[in-house]
Structures are given as structure tokens and as C-alpha cells.
Design a protein around this ligand. Sequence first.
Ligand code: B16
Ligand code: MG
Length: 222
Amino acid sequence: MDRSREIGAVILDLDGVITDTAEYHFHAWQRVAEEEGITFTREDNEALRGVSRRQSLELLLGEHIERYGEDTLEEIMDRKNRYYRNSLEQITPADFLEGAPALLAAIRSRGLKMAIGSASKNTRIVLQRLGIIEAFDVIADGYSVERTKPAPDLFLYAAEQMGVRPGQCIVIEDAASGVTAALAAEMVAVGVGPEERVGHAHYRYDTIAAVDLDEILDDLAQ
Ligand code: B16
Ligand code: MG
């Protein structure tokens, strides 16, 4: 990575970075799996982080996908989304992941632009429930581009909308697919989570609360 770059913006993933909706996605998929008679564990769920609803369904069903027609696949996705949407009603402004509000404040206080880059089509609802929809310059979500993570498109779209070059962006991600997308976009990738999941990022922290923006900016300025 070329370290001498001027950072102009930070793009944050939503699920697993700002709030723990990753857990709600898991419970919704688990319920669907149970109804379909398919085993689906917390470990299986790791592969679904950051990937689209359709790809998640394909991963969940695996070889069982052959027993379903297109209409049924659509119905299963709708059902999962209904379960997920129901759980979103519990979200309040108290449901930030620890350290997320401080991180957003740190980004702002350094005069950087700020975007959301989430694969979710429910991004706006979640941001509304958290009471921070106004905080972002750009919201790139599941409706913004065709090709989802690990393709770089969503992050490139966010950069373009903010008027900054990809090389000026830092991406903060909890998903393996999201880190891969950030690297493909030639952005600075910050992974949040275990080495085996996000170890391919330029910087890695165990939790959001541990993300040290100053450390990253200082390191990049050298
Ligand atoms: P939806 P992110 C992703 O959001 C989730 O991590 C992933 O589990 C989910 O399948 C995807 O959004 C699509 O979500 O069904 O709400 O459109 O991590 O990119 O913020
Ligand atoms: Mg995520």
C-alpha cells in the first residue's frame, strides 16, 4: 500500500460496525433455516456477513437450492426480511456498538467526510432507528449498485458521491467480503474482528471501541 496519501473520507459499514444488526440477521436466517429443515449454525453465519440477501440465501441453502423454484426462493427472502424487520423495531439510539459514537465524532472532528457503505437494503431504516441518518454525507446501500461486496462498486460509488478519490478513503468493515471490496477499491482497509475473518485488512482491531483513528492517520501520514 502506498502510505503517503491524504485521507479525505471514511466509509463505514453498518451491520457489525455501527450497530450489531449482524446478530438480528443471524436470528432471522436461523429461523428460516429451521423452517426449511436445514442446519445453520453461528459458524455458518460468519460467511454471510456483508454479503447480499440473495447470496446469503444461496450460501444457507447450499446444495438444497436445487429443490426450490425461483418463486419459493423469493418467498424465503421475503420471509427472512420480515423476521429481520420485526427485530429492527427493538433498535433505539442506545443500540450503537460500544465505541461507534466516539469513532463517528473523531472522524468529524478531523474534518473528514463520512459515508455509510452497507450491502443492506434496510440501511435507512436502521440509521433512522439509531437517530443518525443525518450524520452522513452519503449513504451507499443495497440499492446503490448492482454488484455487491466483495466487488469494489459500493465503496467506489460512495467515494464518487462524496467527491473524493478512492485512494483518499478509509473503509471500516467487519466482514471478510467487505475488506476484500475495500482492497479491490484501492482504499485503506480497516478490519474489525478476528484475524481469521479480517486479517487481510491493512489495519485490524478486535472491536470498534479499539479502532484508533489517530494511529491510522499518523501511520498513513508517514
Ligand atoms: P438486507 P453490511 C449486510 O450489511 C449484512 O452484513 C448482511 O448479513 C446482509 O445479508 C446484507 O447486509 C443485506 O441485508 O437483507 O437488509 O438487504 O454489513 O454491508 O452493513
Ligand atoms: Mg458488516
